[in-house]
Ligand binder design. Structure first.
Ligand SMILES: C[S@@+](CC[C@H](N)C(=O)[O-])C[C@H]1O[C@@H](n2cnc3c(N)ncnc32)[C@H](O)[C@@H]1O
Length: 300
């Protein structure tokens, strides 16, 4: 099917993962998942209340569950912000940020706020969370979700993330969940597949390099920066981490989670990446029956 929808994308993806199961899972519908918002209610209490719809726990995130429901809007807990609809792999970045209550944390590309609200949950509503996005309609969505989830420590800003470079050494932890080509979300919508061109990834790659450099500058020495995307494209993943490692003192750290994944590519289309780029995680759909995802844990 993908071959017919966008032959150039099919060819590109075949260079990234040539396994049959990769393409098979790209066409399968995605399991729905939720994160319990412990800012609003106790985890066990909510799991008991939702026992009719919960199918499984998500192995890498204590508060995450797979659910069997057609429409999450029908769950009252969803309307109340007691649970947040969030894809299972998207729960990973906040888990790697070494978040503690009282920290100053920056989420540079935060809307609609799945990870920002998860970060606030791990901060136990203590400290300061700057949740930024560049677009007005996205910022409005972010504010609405932050309010719904009972997050009291967020300051929402509307800036081009690249402008944060002027705030040097200010944050204990920084998340860059970058705007990307969303190819990992093909299971949710073919729109991302239909629209993809290599030039899209090339221009995103340029923006992502500027965003990661700005985020790194804002980070205090010793702090953790997590870079993530929901795409398979190396130009938006390994290329960005490699760029940061080559141009700063940043170091990449290994990621230990109970999840099936492969390391970041050390070479793609003749371009060699630094050895440490292999410490990043690539999660392809067939590995855990999820969306596709890429994540890197970096330290200043
Ligand atoms: C992958 S989404 C973020 C998802 C979000 N982290 C979550 O977990 O709900 C990427 C976001 O980056 C924002 N964005 C795009 N360009 C940006 C820029 N130059 N500076 C800051 N944010 C930007 C987009 O508006 C979009 O909301």
């Amino acid at each position: 099917m993908l071959r017919e929808i966008n032959p150039a994308l099919f060819e590109r993806l075949s260079k990234i993962d040539r396994s049959e199961s990769f393409f098979e899972f790209l066409e399968k519908p995605l399991r729905k998942s939720l994160r319990v918002n412990t800012l609003k209610a106790d985890l066990d209490f909510v799991l008991r209340r939702l026992s009719d719809v919960v199918e499984d726990r998500i192995p890498w995130c204590e508060e995450g569950v797979y659910v069997k429901v057609d429409d999450l809007a029908k769950i009252p807990e969803h309307q109340l912000g007691v649970v947040f609809s969030q894809s299972a792999v998207s729960m990973i970045p906040p888990l790697l940020m070494e978040i503690e209550p009282g920290m100053a944390v920056l989420d540079l590309c935060a809307s609609p706020g799945a990870k920002a609200t998860q970060i606030a949950q791990y901060m136990e509503n203590q400290g300061c969370l700057i949740a930024n996005d560049v677009k007005l309609e996205r910022v409005n969505m972010l504010i609405s979700n932050i309010q719904k989830c009972g997050v009291l420590i967020a300051r929402v800003t509307m800036m081009d993330g690249r402008r944060f470079a002027k705030f040097e050494n200010r944050f204990d932890a920084v998340l860059i969940d970058a705007p990307c080509s969303n190819l990992g979300m093909i299971r949710k919508s073919y729109r991302h597949a239909r629209n993809w061109k290599l030039s899209t990834s090339l221009s995103l790659s340029k923006l992502q390099k500027e965003l990661i450099m700005a985020g790194y500058r804002c980070l205090k020495p010793g702090g953790v920066l997590v870079y993530s995307t929901c795409t398979f494209e190396p130009l938006e993943n390994e290329e960005i981490v490699d760029y940061l490692l080559r141009n700063t003192e940043a170091t990449a750290e290994g990621i230990r989670l109970p999840i099936n994944a492969i390391g970041g590519f050390k070479e793609f289309e003749g371009k060699e990446y630094l050895e440490d780029v292999g410490k990043c995680l690539r999660i392809h759909p067939q590995m855990n029956d999820t969306e596709g995802f890429f994540v890197a844990k970096l330290r200043k």
